[in-house]
Design a protein around this ligand. Structure first.
Ligand SMILES: NC(=O)c1ccc[n+]([C@@H]2O[C@H](COP(=O)([O-])OP(=O)(O)OC[C@H]3O[C@@H](n4cnc5c(N)ncnc54)[C@H](OP(=O)(O)O)[C@@H]3O)[C@@H](O)[C@H]2O)c1
Length: 278
Protein backbone atom coordinates (compact mmCIF):
# COMPACT_ATOMS: atom_id res chain seq x y z
CA UNK A 1 0.00 0.00 0.00
CA UNK A 2 1.47 3.36 -1.08
CA UNK A 3 1.18 6.02 1.66
CA UNK A 4 2.13 9.69 1.29
CA UNK A 5 2.91 11.61 4.50
CA UNK A 6 2.74 15.37 3.87
CA UNK A 7 4.88 17.09 6.53
CA UNK A 8 7.10 14.07 7.28
CA UNK A 9 9.85 16.19 8.84
CA UNK A 10 8.03 17.92 11.74
CA UNK A 11 7.91 16.75 15.37
CA UNK A 12 4.75 14.62 14.95
CA UNK A 13 5.20 13.99 11.20
CA UNK A 14 8.73 12.56 11.45
CA UNK A 15 7.68 9.99 14.07
CA UNK A 16 4.58 9.09 12.06
CA UNK A 17 6.62 8.76 8.86
CA UNK A 18 9.21 6.55 10.56
CA UNK A 19 6.59 4.32 12.25
CA UNK A 20 4.44 3.96 9.10
CA UNK A 21 7.55 3.08 7.08
CA UNK A 22 8.32 0.27 9.56
CA UNK A 23 4.71 -0.94 9.36
CA UNK A 24 4.00 -0.60 5.60
CA UNK A 25 7.39 -0.12 3.87
CA UNK A 26 5.95 1.78 0.93
CA UNK A 27 5.80 5.27 2.41
CA UNK A 28 6.81 8.56 0.76
CA UNK A 29 7.26 11.73 2.79
CA UNK A 30 7.48 15.45 2.04
CA UNK A 31 9.19 18.44 3.66
CA UNK A 32 8.82 22.16 3.15
CA UNK A 33 11.84 23.97 4.59
CA UNK A 34 13.93 21.37 6.41
CA UNK A 35 14.86 18.05 4.75
CA UNK A 36 15.14 15.87 7.87
CA UNK A 37 15.52 12.61 5.89
CA UNK A 38 17.43 12.66 2.58
CA UNK A 39 14.66 10.80 0.72
CA UNK A 40 11.92 13.36 1.49
CA UNK A 41 10.37 15.23 -1.48
CA UNK A 42 9.97 19.01 -1.36
CA UNK A 43 6.37 20.23 -1.19
CA UNK A 44 4.80 23.54 -0.17
CA UNK A 45 1.11 22.81 0.54
CA UNK A 46 0.11 26.41 -0.13
CA UNK A 47 1.00 25.85 -3.83
CA UNK A 48 -1.85 23.85 -5.42
CA UNK A 49 0.12 22.97 -8.57
CA UNK A 50 2.95 21.51 -6.47
CA UNK A 51 0.52 19.46 -4.38
CA UNK A 52 -1.19 18.13 -7.52
CA UNK A 53 2.15 17.28 -9.14
CA UNK A 54 3.49 15.33 -6.14
CA UNK A 55 0.23 13.47 -5.56
CA UNK A 56 -0.26 12.59 -9.24
CA UNK A 57 3.38 11.46 -9.50
CA UNK A 58 3.26 9.29 -6.34
CA UNK A 59 -0.36 8.02 -6.73
CA UNK A 60 -0.84 7.14 -3.03
CA UNK A 61 -3.76 5.07 -1.78
CA UNK A 62 -3.63 7.00 1.51
CA UNK A 63 -2.48 10.58 2.16
CA UNK A 64 -1.66 11.59 5.75
CA UNK A 65 -1.72 15.39 6.10
CA UNK A 66 0.32 16.47 9.14
CA UNK A 67 0.86 20.08 8.03
CA UNK A 68 -0.15 23.11 10.10
CA UNK A 69 1.50 25.85 12.01
CA UNK A 70 0.76 24.37 15.47
CA UNK A 71 1.55 27.49 17.49
CA UNK A 72 -1.59 29.19 18.87
CA UNK A 73 0.45 32.35 19.51
CA UNK A 74 1.80 32.48 15.94
CA UNK A 75 -1.65 31.81 14.46
CA UNK A 76 -3.17 34.62 16.60
CA UNK A 77 -0.47 37.04 15.42
CA UNK A 78 -0.65 35.94 11.76
CA UNK A 79 -4.32 35.03 11.12
CA UNK A 80 -4.15 35.41 7.32
CA UNK A 81 -1.01 33.27 7.02
CA UNK A 82 -2.48 30.71 9.45
CA UNK A 83 -5.63 30.49 7.31
CA UNK A 84 -3.57 30.16 4.10
CA UNK A 85 -1.42 27.35 5.54
CA UNK A 86 -3.73 25.42 7.86
CA UNK A 87 -6.94 25.79 5.81
CA UNK A 88 -5.69 26.61 2.29
CA UNK A 89 -3.19 23.75 2.54
CA UNK A 90 -5.92 21.31 3.60
CA UNK A 91 -8.03 22.39 0.57
CA UNK A 92 -5.11 21.80 -1.81
CA UNK A 93 -4.44 18.38 -0.30
CA UNK A 94 -8.13 17.44 -0.57
CA UNK A 95 -8.31 18.47 -4.25
CA UNK A 96 -5.20 16.42 -5.04
CA UNK A 97 -6.44 13.42 -3.01
CA UNK A 98 -9.67 13.37 -5.00
CA UNK A 99 -7.76 13.52 -8.31
CA UNK A 100 -6.15 10.12 -7.54
CA UNK A 101 -8.99 8.75 -5.36
CA UNK A 102 -6.81 8.58 -2.22
CA UNK A 103 -8.14 8.16 1.30
CA UNK A 104 -7.26 11.18 3.49
CA UNK A 105 -6.05 11.07 7.10
CA UNK A 106 -5.97 14.56 8.63
CA UNK A 107 -3.91 15.17 11.77
CA UNK A 108 -6.09 17.69 13.57
CA UNK A 109 -6.03 18.62 17.26
CA UNK A 110 -8.27 18.51 20.31
CA UNK A 111 -8.21 22.31 19.92
CA UNK A 112 -10.84 21.79 17.18
CA UNK A 113 -13.24 20.56 19.93
CA UNK A 114 -13.32 24.00 21.58
CA UNK A 115 -12.11 26.39 18.89
CA UNK A 116 -11.66 29.59 20.87
CA UNK A 117 -8.66 30.94 18.95
CA UNK A 118 -7.37 31.21 15.37
CA UNK A 119 -5.44 27.92 15.66
CA UNK A 120 -8.46 25.93 16.88
CA UNK A 121 -10.75 27.52 14.27
CA UNK A 122 -8.36 26.72 11.42
CA UNK A 123 -8.00 23.12 12.65
CA UNK A 124 -11.81 22.73 12.74
CA UNK A 125 -12.15 24.22 9.24
CA UNK A 126 -9.40 21.95 7.91
CA UNK A 127 -11.10 18.91 9.50
CA UNK A 128 -14.38 19.71 7.72
CA UNK A 129 -12.55 20.23 4.40
CA UNK A 130 -10.71 16.90 4.76
CA UNK A 131 -14.08 15.12 5.13
CA UNK A 132 -14.59 15.84 1.40
CA UNK A 133 -12.26 12.98 0.46
CA UNK A 134 -14.35 10.75 -1.81
CA UNK A 135 -12.32 7.58 -1.09
CA UNK A 136 -12.76 8.05 2.67
CA UNK A 137 -11.44 10.18 5.52
CA UNK A 138 -10.17 9.88 9.06
CA UNK A 139 -9.66 12.74 11.52
CA UNK A 140 -7.06 12.30 14.29
CA UNK A 141 -7.27 14.67 17.28
CA UNK A 142 -4.16 14.38 19.47
CA UNK A 143 -3.93 16.18 22.79
CA UNK A 144 -0.63 17.54 24.12
CA UNK A 145 1.90 15.36 22.30
CA UNK A 146 4.88 14.01 24.26
CA UNK A 147 7.58 11.47 23.47
CA UNK A 148 10.57 10.93 21.22
CA UNK A 149 10.59 11.98 17.57
CA UNK A 150 13.40 11.79 15.01
CA UNK A 151 12.87 15.57 14.84
CA UNK A 152 14.57 16.69 18.06
CA UNK A 153 14.92 20.34 17.03
CA UNK A 154 11.42 21.76 16.52
CA UNK A 155 10.28 23.91 19.43
CA UNK A 156 7.83 21.48 21.00
CA UNK A 157 7.41 20.85 24.77
CA UNK A 158 9.16 17.46 24.81
CA UNK A 159 12.07 18.61 22.62
CA UNK A 160 12.54 21.81 24.66
CA UNK A 161 12.56 19.78 27.88
CA UNK A 162 15.23 17.42 26.51
CA UNK A 163 17.29 20.42 25.34
CA UNK A 164 17.09 21.96 28.84
CA UNK A 165 18.28 18.68 30.38
CA UNK A 166 21.20 18.45 27.96
CA UNK A 167 22.19 22.12 28.49
CA UNK A 168 21.67 22.56 32.23
CA UNK A 169 20.31 19.34 33.74
CA UNK A 170 16.98 20.89 34.73
CA UNK A 171 13.79 22.34 33.27
CA UNK A 172 10.90 24.48 34.54
CA UNK A 173 7.35 23.41 33.64
CA UNK A 174 3.91 24.88 34.26
CA UNK A 175 1.87 23.23 37.01
CA UNK A 176 -1.39 25.21 36.63
CA UNK A 177 -3.10 24.23 33.34
CA UNK A 178 -4.06 20.58 32.89
CA UNK A 179 -3.95 19.10 29.37
CA UNK A 180 -4.84 15.77 27.74
CA UNK A 181 -1.57 13.88 27.14
CA UNK A 182 -0.92 12.00 23.90
CA UNK A 183 2.04 9.66 23.46
CA UNK A 184 3.52 10.40 20.01
CA UNK A 185 3.75 6.68 19.22
CA UNK A 186 0.03 6.28 19.95
CA UNK A 187 -0.78 8.55 16.97
CA UNK A 188 1.19 6.20 14.70
CA UNK A 189 -0.48 3.11 16.21
CA UNK A 190 -3.98 4.54 15.68
CA UNK A 191 -3.26 5.70 12.10
CA UNK A 192 -1.54 2.41 11.11
CA UNK A 193 -4.20 0.15 12.63
CA UNK A 194 -7.03 2.24 11.14
CA UNK A 195 -5.45 2.01 7.68
CA UNK A 196 -5.05 -1.77 8.02
CA UNK A 197 -8.64 -2.21 9.20
CA UNK A 198 -9.99 0.14 6.50
CA UNK A 199 -11.63 2.37 9.13
CA UNK A 200 -13.20 5.50 7.59
CA UNK A 201 -15.49 8.40 8.54
CA UNK A 202 -14.31 8.47 12.16
CA UNK A 203 -12.87 11.19 14.38
CA UNK A 204 -10.42 9.64 16.84
CA UNK A 205 -8.57 10.96 19.89
CA UNK A 206 -5.29 9.12 20.56
CA UNK A 207 -5.22 10.25 24.19
CA UNK A 208 -4.87 8.80 27.64
CA UNK A 209 -8.11 9.55 29.51
CA UNK A 210 -6.63 11.86 32.18
CA UNK A 211 -5.69 15.54 32.49
CA UNK A 212 -2.13 16.41 33.57
CA UNK A 213 -0.07 19.59 33.79
CA UNK A 214 3.20 19.88 31.88
CA UNK A 215 5.04 19.66 35.23
CA UNK A 216 3.25 16.41 36.10
CA UNK A 217 3.99 14.92 32.65
CA UNK A 218 7.67 15.93 32.79
CA UNK A 219 8.03 14.71 36.37
CA UNK A 220 6.49 11.34 35.49
CA UNK A 221 8.53 10.92 32.27
CA UNK A 222 11.89 11.87 33.76
CA UNK A 223 11.86 10.85 37.43
CA UNK A 224 14.78 8.51 38.11
CA UNK A 225 16.87 10.06 35.32
CA UNK A 226 19.64 12.35 36.55
CA UNK A 227 17.66 15.56 35.85
CA UNK A 228 15.42 17.97 37.75
CA UNK A 229 11.92 19.27 36.91
CA UNK A 230 10.90 22.47 38.70
CA UNK A 231 7.23 23.52 38.86
CA UNK A 232 6.09 27.05 37.99
CA UNK A 233 2.66 28.71 37.94
CA UNK A 234 1.81 30.35 34.59
CA UNK A 235 -1.86 30.75 35.68
CA UNK A 236 -3.01 28.74 32.67
CA UNK A 237 -6.57 27.49 32.21
CA UNK A 238 -7.10 23.74 32.15
CA UNK A 239 -8.61 22.19 29.04
CA UNK A 240 -12.42 22.14 29.26
CA UNK A 241 -13.12 19.04 27.18
CA UNK A 242 -12.34 15.72 28.87
CA UNK A 243 -10.13 13.36 26.82
CA UNK A 244 -12.23 10.61 25.29
CA UNK A 245 -10.80 7.34 23.96
CA UNK A 246 -14.21 5.62 23.70
CA UNK A 247 -14.15 5.63 19.87
CA UNK A 248 -10.78 3.81 19.98
CA UNK A 249 -12.30 1.17 22.29
CA UNK A 250 -15.45 0.81 20.14
CA UNK A 251 -13.26 0.19 17.06
CA UNK A 252 -10.79 -2.10 18.91
CA UNK A 253 -7.95 0.35 18.20
CA UNK A 254 -4.93 0.63 20.54
CA UNK A 255 -5.53 2.50 23.83
CA UNK A 256 -3.08 3.31 26.63
CA UNK A 257 -3.60 4.28 30.24
CA UNK A 258 -1.51 7.23 31.39
CA UNK A 259 0.79 4.85 33.30
CA UNK A 260 1.30 2.70 30.17
CA UNK A 261 2.16 5.68 27.96
CA UNK A 262 4.60 7.05 30.54
CA UNK A 263 6.28 3.61 30.78
CA UNK A 264 6.63 3.50 26.97
CA UNK A 265 8.14 6.99 26.82
CA UNK A 266 10.56 6.24 29.68
CA UNK A 267 11.62 3.06 27.91
CA UNK A 268 12.19 4.94 24.61
CA UNK A 269 14.25 7.63 26.39
CA UNK A 270 16.34 4.95 28.13
CA UNK A 271 16.93 3.00 24.91
CA UNK A 272 17.83 6.16 22.95
CA UNK A 273 20.60 6.99 25.43
CA UNK A 274 19.65 10.66 24.98
CA UNK A 275 20.04 11.50 28.67
CA UNK A 276 23.18 9.49 29.32
CA UNK A 277 26.17 11.50 30.46
CA UNK A 278 29.30 11.27 28.25
N1 LIG B 1 2.65 18.89 18.98
C1 LIG B 1 1.46 18.79 19.55
O1 LIG B 1 1.33 18.75 20.81
C2 LIG B 1 0.22 18.67 18.69
C3 LIG B 1 -1.01 18.47 19.34
C4 LIG B 1 -2.16 18.32 18.57
C5 LIG B 1 -2.09 18.38 17.19
N2 LIG B 1 -0.89 18.59 16.58
C6 LIG B 1 -0.88 18.68 15.10
O2 LIG B 1 0.19 17.89 14.60
C7 LIG B 1 0.66 18.49 13.39
C8 LIG B 1 2.17 18.62 13.47
O3 LIG B 1 2.50 19.46 14.57
P1 LIG B 1 3.95 19.45 15.21
O4 LIG B 1 3.80 19.70 16.64
O5 LIG B 1 4.70 18.28 14.72
O6 LIG B 1 4.55 20.79 14.57
P2 LIG B 1 5.83 21.03 13.63
O7 LIG B 1 6.99 20.25 14.14
O8 LIG B 1 5.98 22.50 13.56
O9 LIG B 1 5.39 20.44 12.21
C9 LIG B 1 4.71 21.21 11.26
C10 LIG B 1 4.88 20.57 9.91
O10 LIG B 1 4.22 21.38 8.93
C11 LIG B 1 5.13 21.55 7.83
N3 LIG B 1 4.86 22.77 7.07
C12 LIG B 1 4.81 24.04 7.52
N4 LIG B 1 4.54 24.89 6.49
C13 LIG B 1 4.42 24.12 5.38
C14 LIG B 1 4.15 24.38 4.02
N5 LIG B 1 3.93 25.63 3.55
N6 LIG B 1 4.10 23.33 3.15
C15 LIG B 1 4.32 22.05 3.58
N7 LIG B 1 4.60 21.74 4.86
C16 LIG B 1 4.64 22.76 5.75
C17 LIG B 1 6.49 21.63 8.49
O11 LIG B 1 7.52 21.47 7.52
P3 LIG B 1 8.77 22.52 7.47
O12 LIG B 1 9.33 22.55 8.85
O13 LIG B 1 9.70 21.89 6.48
O14 LIG B 1 8.22 23.85 7.04
C18 LIG B 1 6.35 20.47 9.46
O15 LIG B 1 6.56 19.25 8.80
C19 LIG B 1 -0.07 19.83 13.24
O16 LIG B 1 -1.08 19.68 12.29
C20 LIG B 1 -0.63 20.08 14.61
O17 LIG B 1 -1.82 20.83 14.52
C21 LIG B 1 0.28 18.73 17.29
Amino acid sequence: MQILVIGANGYVGARLYQDLKKEFGDVIGTFNSHQLFKELIHLDVTKPAQVDAVVIQTKPEVIVNVVSNPSSAWCAEHPAEAEALNVGGAKNVLTAANRVNAKLVYISSRSALHPNDVYGKTKLEAQEISKGAKAGWLIIQPGHVIGLSPNVDNERFFNNTMKDFRDKGETVADNSGALAPTWIGHISEVVATSIKKGICSETLQPVSPVLKTRFEMANDMFSGFDVKVVPKDDHLLSTKVQPDDSALKRLSLPTHSYEEMIAKIRDEIRRSGALEKN
